[in-house]
Design a binder for this molecule. Sequence first.
Ligand code: URA
Length: 209
Amino acid sequence: MSVHSFSHPLVAHKVSLLRDMKTNSKDFRDIVTELTMLLTYEATKDLELSKDFITGWEGKPVEVEKYLEKDPSIIPVFRAGIGMQEGFMKVFPTARISYIGYYRDHETLQPMKYYAKLADGISERTVYILDPMLATGGTTSAVCTLLKEAGCGKIKVLCVIAAPEGIERMEKEHPDVVIIPAVIDTKLDENGYIVPGLGDAGDRLFGTR
Ligand code: URA
């Protein structure tokens, strides 16, 4: 199963605040950051720990646990994914930040890549795609395809709201990719917006509407 669902009262409360059109851009950004911190906590639960030794307060070696795998990379999906970057980096400050930019071709409606700068050694890193709204799943699926071509084997998607249509597409095209949504909504409308949703996440985050 590629969807990692979890429920938590704080998560439910914060999503409700995001849905409220009375929530202004500043508060919206802050709440997305808080939610991303909670999603990051959940998404990294399987991080493997190894034994290590540090010098403790008595000057003697103390056995401790640390994650020793290569630092992960995040990929905030333009534009709204940028709003999730700060929350992830607060929890996991050594993560590398990769960017891949897509635009939607007006005629074919297909996502077209216009920019990519991936962290070095990306194939050895767990990659966390940040996209607040998993709607049709078209761009997220294209990002996963590009990452797999670059050799990535462990990919997770963190989103605030997922639509069943986006989940279905990801399960079909990338069944190995784990999706961690804060909530799953009812459906997409005829314009590709998630309902009940929260509107255009980019506009709400950046005050462009
Ligand atoms: N992107 C958004 O920002 N909102 C939606 O509802 C769907 C896609």
